[in-house]
Design a protein around this ligand. Structure first.
Ligand code: ATP
Length: 140
């Protein structure tokens, strides 16, 4: 299939990605949504998770945490608070962040900001998954 869709991912710090692709799947706050060429114009807030896109039949993964997605004229624009290509993710760091979040959950008697801790845990798990999906060539 031809790469008829353009995707751009930017964060406040940098341009993460600009590619011609076949398909984009993204973690909306209401659940995952998919975009093929000729999709109707669409706007969604983003949650924490992994965006994936298909290019020349191959799946690629990008970790996303918050922001907005806009779809218009065969262009998907992702304005993310945080975004990392799977290849940029430091899995050891994500494993340590996951461990810290799990330890905070276990210390339930202490003052823990549960929502903040859940978000940390979700970020760590999504980062670890982004790397393993990439390694397994798209079998997530
Ligand atoms: P940590 O507790 O390890 O800092 P975090 O989820 O709190 O993780 P964020 O606030 O999401 O970190 O990100 C802060 C900055 O660090 C961002 O620029 C993000 O891209 C980068 N970052 C965080 N974790 C990783 C990771 N495992 N690999 C690569 N970059 C990371």
């Amino acid at each position: 299939m031809a790469n008829n869709l353009k995707i751009e991912i930017v964060t406040p710090d940098r341009k993460v990605l600009s590619e011609e692709v076949e398909y984009v799947g993204a973690p909306g706050i209401m659940g995952e949504f998919g975009v093929l060429p000729n999709h109707v114009p669409f706007l969604s807030a983003l949650g924490i998770g992994n965006l994936h896109y298909k290019q020349d039949g191959k799946a690629h993964y990008v970790f996303i945490a918050g922001g907005f997605a806009e779809v218009s004229n065969n262009q998907v624009t992702i304005l993310a608070e945080v975004a990392e290509k799977a290849t940029e993710i430091d899995v050891d760091r994500a494993q340590k962040a996951k461990q810290r979040a799990e330890e905070r959950t276990a210390k339930a008697k202490e003052k823990v900001d549960a929502a903040r801790n859940q978000a940390s845990l979700k970020r760590a798990i999504a980062r670890i998954n982004a790397r393993s999906c990439g390694k397994n060539a798209g079998t997530c």
